[in-house]
Design a protein around this ligand. Structure first.
Ligand code: COA
Length: 161
């Protein structure tokens, strides 16, 4: 178990996601942060920008952390990079049912791929990308919620609105 994939929409990548990457990078030699290109969420940033912003935010991790976009089924991406583990972060009990469904479906599709859940630190347990965008949209301070470069980009995105 040397390569793990941490997938999501990451619109934008937050300090909560970063916390999960940090934990995962201590357990696995290589962590692929896989950014879903087509998503029903109508993202604020397109996939290429989400990749660029996330890459910059994770620069300090070096070569062990790879950031890429993917399309189609997650299990196919996982197999294509030679990984056999999917990482998911759990923040609260309310995440459980949704995560259970995804993990069960992925197991159905690819029984050899295991989903590993990491518990987000308490400090980040209330963050999600929607809340971050909402606060930034109304000019609130998101500097403690997202990496610095992403905070700047959010400010630019909503300036003048
Ligand atoms: N810290 C902060 N926020 C977190 C978090 C953490 N540790 N963990 C999750 N979140 C937030 C996310 O920001 C997101 O919030 P948002 O809805 O406000 O954006 C929410 O919790 C859950 O999103 P995320 O964890 O990014 O997952 P997702 O639902 O956006 O992405 C995919 C799920 C992309 C992995 C999944 O849809 C997928 O695999 N798609 C490919 C198609 C496929 O294979 N489908 C079959 C499998 S079901």
């Amino acid at each position: 178990m040397q390569t793990a994939v941490y997938a999501g929409t990451f619109d934008p990548f937050t300090n909560g996601h970063r916390d999960i990457v940090e934990r995962a990078s201590k357990l696995f030699e290589r962590v692929h942060v896989a950014i879903a290109e087509s998503t029903s969420k109508r993202p604020l940033f397109d996939a290429d920008e989400r990749v660029a912003l996330t890459k910059q935010a994770l620069k300090a991790f070096g070569e062990g952390v790879v950031v890429e976009k993917f399309n189609g089924l997650l299990v196919n991406y996982v197999a294509s990079v030679g990984a056999d583990v999917i990482i998911r972060g759990l923040r609260a009990v309310s995440d459980y049912e949704y995560e259970y469904q995804i993990a069960a479906m992925n197991r159905e599709l690819a029984p050899k791929i295991e989903t590993v859940f990491l518990m987000a630190s308490q400090q980040h347990s209330f963050i999600n990308s929607t809340i971050v965008k909402e606060v930034a949209r109304f000019g609130g301070d998101v500097s403690s919620l997202v990496p610095e470069n992403i905070g700047k980009r959010l400010k630019d995105a909503f300036q003048g609105q």
